[in-house]
Ligand binder design. Structure first.
Ligand SMILES: Cc1c2[nH]c(c1CCC(=O)O)Cc1[nH]c(c(CCC(=O)O)c1C)Cc1[nH]c(c(CCC(=O)O)c1C)Cc1[nH]c(c(C)c1CCC(=O)O)C2
Length: 343
């Protein structure tokens, strides 16, 4: 069997047509997702129901034939497995019990305890590795320590991650202890996904952009480097995609410094800039603005072609710059894929 297209791109091959998948491709813009979520009861019940989580992972593959499927789960399941309370408020987002000092960090469970909670996620991966079409790559994932810590410290999403910055600056020891626990737990979590059948893993650092200078080095780059080094020691052939969202100039050299096989790009960088400064080090993923999945039209086609053309000279996986939003039109996704594949 010839190797899957995404694995070829991740090994550094320049392909005539970039493989394509989408962040949040299983999500609320799809009526079949909404129906399955209703059947599960709510979002978290869906995440912990292996049959239904596998079903929603497969839905966009059946509908669109994406080159990759991403495990259906959430980056906040790991804090829950470490002992935080987690719930979702409809229309608002996640809520967690907070960790605000060293006693809070020490009150979390040890990393070896996570698998008890996360076992259903590994079962979802096993189902998917049996049921996916043979040409489709299965991507596992976790949040990066900084991004996960921002939710654990604030107890919710925050526009500027102020509570996490405050803890970092006022109680360094507690903050570093939390980052360290998340780093080692993430290695075990991703390793278990790989052992269950994930062929690639992606590390989402959605709030990396709020770390500047030395902080970016210490809390975005360094944890990613440690996670990737430890994972590759256990699973040498597993490619890793890193997503230090809104890193700006921090994207330059990020793959080299962390050992990532691919860097995912958000929309704040142009594809022409990224081809010159980031793709020189290897595979890149991205970076169509999600709003085109809402607005469609000629601009969707023009922008898609522009990104494909800008990255044509090197390894590239086509994706959005962030997750597709619930108000997206499913037909625009079809249009985007046709355009990537030569339409
Ligand atoms: C920060 C973050 C989270 N989760 C995730 C991130 C990092 C990526 C990013 O920046 O978007 C990652 C994530 N979340 C989800 C996946 C599954 C795989 C995929 O399709 O990409 C992945 C990879 C499902 C989800 N995670 C969530 C949904 C929507 C829940 C629903 O169906 O009601 C999905 C499909 C909920 C979620 N989960 C999270 C938030 C802030 C929210 C609420 C906001 C929102 O509703 O979009 C935390």
């Amino acid at each position: 069997m010839t190797e899957k297209t995404i694995l070829r791109a991740l090994r550094g091959e320049t392909l005539p047509t970039p493989p394509v998948w989408m962040m949040r491709q299983a999500g609320r813009y799809l009526p079949e997702y909404r129906a399955t979520r209703a059947k599960a009861g709510d979002f978290l019940k869906l995440c912990y129901n292996p049959e239904l989580a596998a079903e929603v992972t497969l839905q966009p593959i059946r509908r669109y034939g994406f080159d990759a499927a991403i495990l259906f789960a959430d980056i906040l399941l790991l804090p829950q497995a470490l002992g935080a309370d987690l719930w979702f408020v409809t229309g608002e987002g996640p809520r967690l019990s907070t960790v605000t000092d060293m006693a809070g960090v020490q009150g979390l469970r040890p990393k070896d305890a996570i698998h008890e909670t996360l076992a259903p996620v590994y079962e979802t991966v096993r189902i998917l590795s049996r049921e996916l079409p043979r040409e489709t790559t299965l991507i596992g994932f976790a949040g990066a320590p900084w991004t996960v810590a921002t939710y654990m410290i604030a107890g919710q999403g925050t526009p500027d991650q102020a509570p996490a910055h405050r803890l970092k600056n006022s109680d360094r020891a507690a903050f570093v202890a939390l980052i360290d626990l998340l780093t080692v737990a993430t290695v075990d979590y991703l390793s278990a996904q790989i052992e269950a059948g994930a062929e690639v893993v992606k590390i989402f650092d959605s709030w990396a952009g709020s770390l500047k200078g030395q902080d970016f080095h210490d809390f975005a780059l360094e944890p990613a480097r440690r996670i990737i080094a430890d994972l590759k020691a256990r699973h040498p052939d597993i490619p890793v995609i890193a997503f230090p969202r809104e890193a700006g100039d921090g994207y330059i050299g990020f793959a080299r410094a962390t050992g990532a096989d691919c860097v995912a790009l958000d929309n704040s960088v142009t594809p022409e800039w990224a081809a010159e400064h980031v793709q020189v080090d290897g595979c890149v993923q991205g970076n169509l603005a999600s709003r085109h999945m809402v607005t469609g039209g000629a601009e969707l086609v023009t922008e898609t072609r522009r990104i494909v053309a800008a990255f044509r000279g090197g390894p590239h996986i086509f994706n959005l710059g962030h997750g597709i939003t619930p108000d997206a039109d499913p037909d625009n996704v079809t249009r985007m894929i046709e355009t990537v594949r030569g339409g």
